[in-house]
Design a protein around this ligand. Structure first.
Ligand code: ACM
Length: 387
């Protein structure tokens, strides 16, 4: 091997929005991605070669995601790509990744019902967050739901599945309202009016990005009581809470595999390293945690096979267990999704997620929700792996 070849870096593509409606959450993912790369490089890189991120800002725009992905594979000659938050951006990027026979590592919860051989999904599939959240809400608050979402694919599909769970438990979806992706507080007037008219037990929100703070503010301004009728969401993370403020956030509920307040030593270590690098007020989110561990997983696989050839990386990934901040994770070779640890938390007066349900089980991903029963995730031994 020539000297310059041995010393060359491993160039990897990194696509997270640094501007645009979802930039607050995506910046946490970018930061986590870069933290993992810094750790790998501080440890001598991979087989003596540093990892070099090639970064663009696709500004929460699916078309820009697709164009930058093309640039990364075609011009920058990367083979592994880390990134995407909104499902619309993942769906825009995937044909490019597949066309170049690359590998996308996608660190965000999503609606499921997708498989690409060229994608590793490290965020939660619906059987790892929606089912658990539905059970929690149905048993704790009631079975009359109102849905509110941003106007794109993830909210439609996530709501469709949540509706199945509500109906299974003899409940009712009272209304389903969509707002523009760039929603401001006044866009939620119709949602507030529908809540007043229908008096649901729970609001299930699939609003993403800056609209999230606007929704929770409008909800508080209307005088609703989150202890009786919370907004429950899978997309309200520490990042959106930082935007809305603690007073507005208190009492609302989120399900995710990782929260900044998780008390395990691995989680504390990750949060402390993240804050050391980015500052005490930098939010650490489930999306960031997935962005962090997926870089370690990917580059460990590169180290094992001595190549960033996506086929070889994919083949070697199958052998790994990785001690992520949320617990030990593993990619399921059956579907390229990841075994994860479901948890539910409620926001306290300080705007911190207090974990209210933490069963200590790792759940096998079932991205197509082949098992669509509210109970099966916890009773089918095939679905559960204990630590
Ligand atoms: C998402 O669009 N997957 C949050």
């Amino acid at each position: 091997m020539a000297l310059e070849e041995r010393q060359a870096s491993w160039r990897v593509g990194v696509l997270y929005s640094q501007t645009g409606v979802t930039s607050t959450i995506e910046r946490t993912q970018l930061n986590a991605n870069l933290l993992a790369i810094e750790e790998i490089n501080a440890g001598g890189g991979v087989l003596g070669r540093p990892v070099e991120p090639v970064i663009y800002d696709p500004a929460s725009d699916p078309k820009k995601f697709r164009a930058f992905a093309e640039q990364l594979f075609q011009v920058d000659r990367i083979r592994l790509l880390f990134g995407c938050y909104m499902s619309s951006t993942r769906k825009a990027v995937l044909p490019v990744v597949e066309g170049h026979r690359g590998l996308l590592f996608y660190p965000t919860l999503y609606e499921g019902f997708e498989y690409s051989r060229n994608c590793i999904y490290t965020g939660a599939a619906p059987n790892q967050n929606s089912i658990q959240l539905a059970r929690f809400l149905l048993s704790g608050y009631g079975n009359r739901f109102l849905f509110v979402g941003s106007n794109y694919v993830y909210p439609y599909e996530s709501n469709r599945l949540m509706a199945d769970f509500v109906v299974q438990s003899k409940g009712k979806v009272l209304d389903e309202v969509y707002v523009p992706l760039q929603a401001a507080e006044k866009d939620f007037d119709k949602v507030i009016a529908r809540i007043k008219k229908t008096s649901p037990d729970v609001i299930f929100s699939t609003v993403v990005g800056t609209g999230t703070a606007a929704l929770y503010r409008a909800y508080r301004a209307a005088g609703f009581d989150p202890t009786r009728m919370p907004i429950a969401s899978l997309t309200t993370s520490e990042a959106e809470v930082a935007e809305m403020g603690a007073e507005v956030a208190e009492g609302h509920v989120t399900a995710a595999p990782f929260f900044e307040t998780l008390s395990s030593p691995a989680a504390r270590h990750f949060v402390s390293r993240f804050k050391q690098k980015y500052g005490d007020s930098a939010p650490v989110t489930a999306g960031a945690e997935a962005a962090y561990f997926q870089v370690h997983l990917a580059m460990r696989s590169v180290g094992k096979c001595g190549s960033d050839d996506p086929e070889q990386v994919l083949a070697n990934l199958r052998d790994f267990e990785f001690d992520a901040p949320q617990g030990r994770v593993r990619v399921d070779p059956e579907n390229n999704h990841t075994y994860l640890w479901p948890r539910i938390a409620r926001l306290d007066r300080q705007g911190r997620f207090q974990i209210v349900w933490n069963p200590g089980v790792r759940v096998k991903p079932d991205p197509y929700c082949v098992v669509q029963s509210l109970d099966d995730w916890s009773v089918d031994e095939q679905q559960l792996i204990r630590p």
